[in-house]
Design a protein around this ligand. Structure first.
Ligand code: NFS
Ligand code: SF4
Length: 663
C-alpha cells in the first residue's frame, strides 16, 4: 500500500532541505523521504506485535491470535521487542565508549602518537570517579590506569558501575531497592539479549525492569564514559561561534563531510585539513582550499570542540550529496544510510567508510589505524581533493544560521559560578523564583515518516515563550542550531521575560547545545548537581524538568528515553506511533508502573500540541510539589535590557515565519 507522495514543503520545515528535495525531484533521485512515501509501515510491527525470536515464527499476534506458537503472550512479545531495542541502543553508545578507552590506552602507552591528553583536569576528575590514584603521578600513568579502569567497567566482576555514585543518594537508593543498579555494561546488554531469547524471561514487568537496568548501564556507564574519555582526549567543550546548515558548503573549495558518531578520526581530519601541503594540493586541482562540515553526532563532537560548522542532521545526509558539491563523505559508525551509495554514484562524491566495524557495499574503505591516524586522515583528504576536478553542476542552498554551541556542564557551572560564586545555585534560584519555569531536554533524531524538524522547531519555540530553558543534544540540537535558536541574541527575541532576564545576566543562549547523543550524560550530570544543590528537592525526580525525543527513530533513542525515565525523568517520545501500543499492559508498565517504581515515566505521543501541554503541566506539578510559587510571567521583564528587547520591531520568530511560512 503506497502512501501519497509528499511535496518537499510537507516533507521538511527546513528551507535548505526543501530546496534540495525539489532538486531531487528534478533529477529523479531517490531519498529516504521518497522511500518513506513508498513504504507504508507494517501496522503489526509498528505496535510491537510481531515476534521473530525463533524459526517457528514469525508470529504475528493480531485478530483472534493472542499467543505465539510457543504460547508467548502479547505482553511478552511487545515487552521483548521493546527491550531488545533498548539493548541495541545501549550496546551502540557503550561500544563507542569502549573504542575511546582503547584510544586513550594506546595514547597513554605511546602507541598512538597523534593523540594527546588534552584535558588533564578532566582526566584527574575521571580518575577520582573510577578510583584511580592521582597524586603526584605522571599523566601518562594516570591516563593508562583510567583507560584500564574504564575498560574494566564493561566486564566488572563484582559490585556495580562506579559512576552510579555520581547520582544523588536518593536516586541510588531507588536503584538498589528496585534491584536495577547495573553491574557491568556488557553484562546488562548480554543479560537483556539472553532474557529475550525464545523461551526465557516471560513476564513483561520483569523484562522491563531489566530494560531499565540495561539502559542505566548506558546512561551512567557507556555514554558517561564516552563523554569523559572524549573530553580527556580532545578537550572539554566551551562556547564557540560558527554556522549551521547546508549553506556552509563552499562552491569553490573541496568539501568534506564528516558523518557518524566517533570523533577519533574526524579530529585527525580537522588537523590534517590545516596541513599546508594538502592545501597546496587542493589548489593544484583548482580549489581554493578544504572545507569541513559535519552531519549527525560526529558533527556535534567537532562542532563543540573545534567549531567545525554543521551541514545538517540525520535527514540531511543524502541532501548534502545532492548539492553536487561534496567531494567526500567520510563516515564512521551509526546512523549512516545505505541510501548514500546509489546517490553518491550519481555524483562525483566518494563515500568512505573508516571503522573496522562498518563497511557499506559500494563504498570505499579507508580504515582508521590509531598508530598512524593522521596519515589515514591525510590519505582521505587526498582522495577527496582528487575528486574535485570531476565536479559537475553545483547546487548549494544559501541557507545557514549562526550558532554558539559548547555547553558542557563544566562550562555551565563556570558561567553561572563566574557571576555568583559557585555551582548551579543561580540556576536553582531562577527556577525557585519562577524566572525559569522549568527545564526541557529536547534531544534525539529526525524521522523520515514525519515532517523533518517540524516538532523540534515548534516545541522549542513554544518552550522558550513559556520561560522554559531548553538543553539539546544530537539531531534535535542541530535542528535548533539551523533555526537560529542557539545564539545569545535569540534570548532577547524568543524567550519569555523571566528566561530572558536570566540569559541576559549570564550571557547564554536560551537553548543550550550540550553535544552529541552520548553527551546526554552531561544532562544527567547537570540534573544531579541541581538535585544536590538545595531548593529543588533531593532527587532528579523532584526537578521541574521533562526529557523528550520529539522526532525519534533510533534504538539509541529508546535506550536514552529508558535511562532517563529510570533516572527519575518524565520522558516523551514524540512523532511516530507508540511501538508498545499492541499491549495495554506494557504501555501502562512503562508509564504509571515506572513512575511508581522509579519516579520517571515513558510515554509515546504523536501530537506535538499534546506533548507541549503535558510537558508544561508536568513542570507546573513538580513546581507545586516543591512548594514553589506558581509560574507567573507578569512578574518579570522590567529590566532595562528587556525594554530594549521590546523595542526590536519584529520578533525573530515572526521573521523566521516570514521566511519559512507559518506552521
Ligand atoms: Ni542520536 Fe546521534 Fe541523530 Fe538520532 Fe542518529 S545521529 S546518536 S541516533 S539520528 S540523534
Ligand atoms: Fe513465535 Fe514464540 Fe518463536 Fe516468537 S518465540 S516467533 S512467539 S514461537
Amino acid at each position: 500500500m503506497a502512501k501519497k507522495r509528499r511535496s518537499p514543503q510537507e516533507a521538511s520545515r527546513d528551507p535548505a532541505a526543501i530546496a534540495l528535495l525539489e532538486r531531487a525531484e528534478q533529477i529523479g533521485a531517490a531519498t529516504c523521504f521518497s522511500r518513506a512515501d513508498q513504504i507504508a509501515p507494517c501496522p503489526i510491527g509498528a505496535q510491537g506485535l510481531c515476534c521473530r525470536h525463533c524459526a517457528m515464527g514469525p508470529c504475528r499476534l493480531v485478530g483472534e491470535v493472542d499467543r505465539g506458537i510457543c504460547g508467548a503472550s502479547i505482553d511478552t512479545v511487545v515487552a521483548r521487542n521493546f527491550a531488545r531495542g533498548v539493548a541495541a541502543g545501549a550496546a551502540s553508545h557503550s561500544d563507542h565508549a569502549r573504542d575511546l578507552a582503547y584510544t586513550l590506552l594506546a595514547a597513554a602507552e605511546g602507541h598512538a602518537p597523534d593523540y594527546k591528553i588534552r584535558d588533564q583536569y578532566k582526566l584527574f576528575e575521571t580518575a577520582r570517579w573510577l578510583g584511580v590514584r592521582v597524586a603526584d603521578r605522571p599523566v601518562e600513568e594516570i591516563a593508562r590506569e583510567v583507560a584500564l579502569a574504564a575498560l574494566g567497567e564493561f566486564g566488572r566482576i563484582h559490585g556495580e558501575l562506579a559512576y552510579l555514585k555520581r547520582a544523588p543518594a536518593k536516586r541510588q537508593k531507588i536503584w538498589h531497592d528496585q534491584r536495577i543498579a547495573p553491574r557491568a555494561i556488557d553484562r546488562e546488554v548480554v543479560d537483556m539479549l539472553h532474557r529475550t531469547h525464545a523461551g526465557n524471561d516471560q513476564d513483561a514487568e520483569h523484562l522491563l525492569d531489566q530494560a531499565m537496568r540495561c539502559a542505566l548501564a548506558d546512561g551512567w556507564g557507556g555514554s558517561m564514559l564516552a563523554t569523559d574519555l572524549t573530553d580527556i582526549l580532545f578537550g572539554t567543550p566551551a562556547p564557540v561561534r560558527t554556522e549551521a546548515n547546508l549553506g556552509v558548503l563552499q562552491p569553490d573549495m573541496v568539501n568534506v563531510i564528516i558523518h557518524g558518531h566517533e570523533p577519533t578520526l574526524s579530529e585527525m581530519i580537522v588537523a590534517a585539513a590545516q596541513d599546508p601541503e594538502l592545501l597546496a594540493y587542493a589548489q593544484s586541482k583548482g580549489a581554493k582550499g578544504i572545507n569541513l562540515a559535519g552531519i549527525c553526532c560526529t558533527a556535534n563532537e567537532v562542532l563543540m570542540r573545534e567549531g567545525i560548522p554543521l551541514a545538517g542532521n540525520f535527514l540531511q545526509q543524502e541532501l548534502a550529496i545532492l548539492t553536487g558539491a561534496v567531494e567526500a563523505m567520510v563516515v564512521d559508525v551509526q546512523c549512516i544510510m545505505e541510501g548514500l551509495v546509489p546517490l553518491a554514484q550519481q555524483f562525483h562524491t566518494a563515500l568512505i567508510t573508516t571503522s573496522p566495524k562498518v563497511r557499506v557495499a559500494g563504498a570505499l574503505h579507508m580504515e582508521l589505524d590509531e598508530h598512524r591516524a593522521l596519515e589515514v586522515a591525510r590519505q582521505i583528504l587526498r582522495t577527496a581533493i582528487d575528486r574535485f576536478p570531476q565536479r559537475r553542476e553545483v547546487f548549494i542552498p544559501d541557507v545557514r544560521s549562526p550558532v554558539v554551541p559548547g555547553f558542557s556542564h563544566e562550562y555551565i557551572d563556570y558561567s553561572l559560578g563566574g557571576l555568583y560564586r559557585g555551582s548551579f545555585r543561580p540556576l536553582n534560584d531562577a527556577i525557585m523564583a519562577g524566572r525559569i519555569r522549568g527545564v526541557v531536554a529536547d534531544i534525539g533524531c529526525n524521522n523520515a515518516r514525519l515532517c523533518h524538524d517540524e516538532n523540534h522547531y515548534y516545541l522549542v519555540a513554544e518552550f522558550l515563550k513559556n520561560d522554559v530553558l531548553v538543553v539539546q543534544t544530537g539531531c534535535g540540537a542541530i535542528a535548533s542550531a539551523k533555526r537560529g535558536y542557539m545564539t545569545p541574541e535569540a534570548a532577547l527575541e524568543l524567550a519569555g521575560p523571566g528566561l530572558r532576564e536570566v540569559c541576559e545576566a549570564v550571557g547564554i543562549p536560551p537553548v543550550l547545545h550540550m553535544g552529541s547523543c552520548v553527551d546526554n550524560s552531561r544532562i544527567l550530570t547537570v540534573l544531579s548537581q541541581m538535585a544536590t544543590e538545595t531548593g529543588l528537592g533531593e532527587d532528579i525526580a523532584d526537578i521541574p524538568a521533562v526529557g523528550m525525543a520529539s522526532e525519534w527513530m533510533s534504538e539509541k533513542a529508546l535506550a536514552i528515553g529508558t535511562y532517563c525515565a529510570a533516572s527519575g525523568v518524565y520522558v516523551i517520545m514524540g512523532g511516530v506511533r507508540n511501538p508498545v501500543s499492541g499491549s495495554q499492559r506494557v504501555t501502562e508498565l512503562i508509564s504509571d508502573g515506572w513512575e511508581k517504581k522509579v519516579g520517571g515515566r515513558l510515554e509515546f505521543l504523536e501530537d506535538p500540541q499534546e506533548i507541549l501541554r503535558r510537558t508544561l503541566a508536568h513542570i507546573d506539578r513538580k513546581r507545586a510539589a516543591l512548594g514553589l510559587e506558581p509560574y507567573n510571567p507578569a512578574r518579570w521583564g522590567k529590566s532595562g535590557d528587556w525594554v530594549i528587547g521590546q523595542l526590536l520591531a519584529t520578533p525573530l520568530e515572526e521573521r523566521l515565519e516570514a521566511v519559512y511560512g507559518r506552521r
